[in-house]
Ligand binder design. Structure first.
Ligand code: AMP
Length: 283
């Protein structure tokens, strides 16, 4: 496995792969890798001739400087993890390599068709502009046939589908398939996340209640979407140490409010102590 740190080096490697007609898979990550990432990488290795993984903590998608500073980073450990999984190339640039100063300091503009006006987009203004900025650049550099994303970040996945299939940028991404992969959880039900590293053992036990309550909500009487939404909020908030930021049951494609449970997904953000956790469930 080779680690590449420059755009030039990446493009030369991609060109060499394309020349001998290799299919290319890409897994974008921010590092601090765990078995959730591993599920994407394994699938990428299995389905493509060559597997690229990017490890880049993208500063333009953080609207909170403290969150960016505290984001766990350990490239050496991540590289070993990826090597063991059979990845071929790791792209790990610095922010300066990735962006010009101007790009770093101006919001990337993009027509989200409203997908960014709800949930994470509403709570973290500019977050998805940064996500589309980095992902579109990675697609441009790697020219993948397939790119893998987790359903854990459900809104992000919907936005990437929109970008590749329906947005003004779509013609740039010919022959690219976006592959959504199921959420990987601990045996306890807690969704794996790089942010879990910041939870104490006690907080981790507390956080388990999030997925427990989401799962239980599937069995509750489906009186109305609003009532189920409210009950999830109430039950999570009753757990000492947890505080819901939002719980929204939305249409799984448009991400807009829905009054039926058909194709509905419930997306939650909860503070467990200082750590902001997200999870979701399909009804
Ligand atoms: P991140 O490093 O957090 O940006 O995540 C990189 C990719 O891994 C994203 O597509 C995430 O949705 C995905 N991912 C993160 N956690 C999980 C998980 N528990 N299960 C499945 N995919 C995940």
């Amino acid at each position: 496995m080779q680690i590449i740190t420059t755009k030039k080096g990446l493009q030369a490697t991609v060109a060499a792969c394309k020349q001998i007609n290799k299919t290319i898979g890409l897994v974008p990550t921010m590092g601090a890798l765990h078995d959730g990432h591993a599920s994407l990488v394994k699938r990428c290795v299995a389905e493509n001739d060559v597997c690229f993984v990017s490890v880049f903590v993208n500063p333009t998608q953080f609207n909170n400087k403290e969150d960016l500073a505290k984001y766990p980073r350990n490239l050496e450990k991540d590289a070993q993890f990826l090597c063991d999984l059979g990845a071929d190339f790791v792209f790990a640039p610095t922010p300066e390599e990735m962006y010009s100063e101007e790009e770093m300091n101006t919001t990337f503009s993009f027509d989200f068709a409203g997908l960014d006006q709800v949930m994470e987009g509403k709570m973290r203004p500019g977050h998805f502009n940064g996500v589309v900025q980095v992902v579109s650049r990675l697609f441009y550099l790697v020219q993948p046939n397939r790119a893998y994303f987790g359903e854990k970040d459900f809104q992000q996945l919907a936005i990437i589908h929109h970008m590749v299939e329906r947005s003004s940028l779509k013609d740039t991404f010919d022959n690219l398939r976006i592959i959504g992969c199921p959420i990987v959880r601990e045996a306890s039900g807690l969704a794996l996340s790089s942010r879990n590293e910041r939870l104490s053992e006690d907080e981790k036990k507390t956080a388990i209640n999030i997925s427990r309550i989401l799962k239980e909500s599937l069995t509750w009487p489906r009186t109305s979407v609003k009532e189920v939404e409210q009950r999830v909020v109430d039950e999570i908030n009753q757990v000492p140490g947890l505080e819901v930021e939002y719980y929204s049951i939305v249409d799984g494609t448009t991400l807009q409010e829905t009054d039926t449970f058909d194709n509905a997904v419930g997306c939650v953000t909860v503070y467990c102590g200082p750590v902001r956790l997200i999870d979701n469930i399909k009804y």
